[in-house]
Design a protein around this ligand. Structure first.
Ligand code: FPP
Ligand code: MG
Length: 319
């Protein structure tokens, strides 16, 4: 993500964010994590923690351990997700499971979660920790629900939205709600911050699904179909043309080489445009929440503006 438009203070906090682990007992874990799930990530979730903290008038030094925790939890989910998906690469680099083994990838993810527990419990913000435990449960149940629907073409919108909310949006929501909690805000502000993260996260997933069907994208074309998953764009095509259900079911999770895709390019184009419109609607909601947050007496206008730029970046994101 292009972060040129971040306030200088935020940029500095992200650059200074320490993602070191120092696992003295097993230094190999450090090495493997720094080569894979902790390797030069976009740090999107820490960015959200910092910008939301500035929006709520919270000092960035106070937000720092929570930003670190968000990135560690995210990294743990990726380590485990690559085992579940049997992925050999992530962002053109070998995954932890490929470099080492499934067992070690699971353990390295567990270690990250243990660190988060230890570091956050030392700070004593029990509500934030309880909220994070719930978020981890959401991540697990989101991934589980997705697994249950693998290789099934007939899924409904409620299923996809629930998975996106739990698997993608929940951690972003935690980042935002944590900033409100650190500021000592009431439950209604915490809920509003959480809703911002949720709208942003669902839009994020929808745009990811559009990009999944980009032949020039980072991942192979229609990787979700190859992995047996119906995404938001596929669902839109199925809703418009139910006759696609049967041919899709035949290739879902087992796409033969040189496959003739069952949909027409125009089906895909229309479905992608519809998903983009749905994502825009979510981003619109997020923008309206920002209008309310910008009224807070000690909010940083630069941080609010940077959050708006994230919404614009997502709206315009094509790959
Ligand atoms: C990536 O999805 C996966 C996630 C965002 C969440 C994965 C969650 C778990 C594995 C369960 C919880 C685990 C822990 C450690 C709390 P994707 O496969 O759609 O995206 P990708 O293309 O980036 O792999
Ligand atoms: Mg995956």
């Amino acid at each position: 993500m292009v972060l040129n438009w971040l306030p200088q203070e935020t940029k500095q906090a992200i650059e200074n964010l320490d993602l070191g682990l120092s696992v003295y007992s097993v230094p190999e874990i450090d090495i493997l994590l720094s080569k894979t799930v902790l390797f030069r990530g976009k740090k999107f979730r820490p960015t959200l923690c910092f910008l939301m903290s500035q929006t709520f008038g919270v000092d960035l030094d106070r937000a720092q351990p929570y930003a670190r925790a968000a990135e560690f939890v995210h990294a743990a989910t990726l380590a485990h997700d690559d085992v579940i998906d049997e992925s050999p690469t992530r962002r053109h680099r070998p995954t932890l499971n490929a470099l080492s083994s499934n067992a070690r990838a699971v353990l390295a993810g567990d270690l990250l979660l243990a660190r988060v527990m230890a570091e956050l419990s030392a700070l004593g913000e029990i509500e934030i920790i309880a909220d994070l435990a719930n978020t981890v449960e959401e991540l697990v149940s989101g991934e589980w629900l997705q697994l249950e629907a693998r290789n099934i073409a007939r899924v409904n919108r409620i299923h996809l939205e629930t998975v996106a909310k739990k698997k993608t949006a929940s951690l972003m929501s935690w980042c935002c709600a944590t900033a409100a909690r650190l500021a000592g805000k009431s439950q209604s502000w915490v809920a509003l911050a959480r809703q911002f993260g949720e709208s942003l996260g669902i839009a994020f997933q929808m745009i990811d699904d559009i990009i999944d069907y980009d032949p020039a994208g980072e991942k192979p074309f229609a990787q979700d179909v190859r992995e047996g998953l119906v995404n938001f764009v596929t669902l839109e095509m199925l809703e418009a043309k139910p006759s696609l259900l049967e041919p899709l079911q035949k290739i879902l999770g087992a796409v033969p080489e040189g496959v003739q895709w069952p949909w027409q390019p125009s089906d895909l184009e229309r479905a992608s445009a519809q998903v983009r419109a749905r994502a825009d609607a979510k981003l619109e909601v997020a923008g309206q929440i920002l209008d309310q947050l910008s009224q807070l007496s000690n909010s940083s206008p630069d941080a609010v503006q940077a959050l708006r730029s994230i919404l614009v970046y997502l709206r315009e994101r094509v790959r």
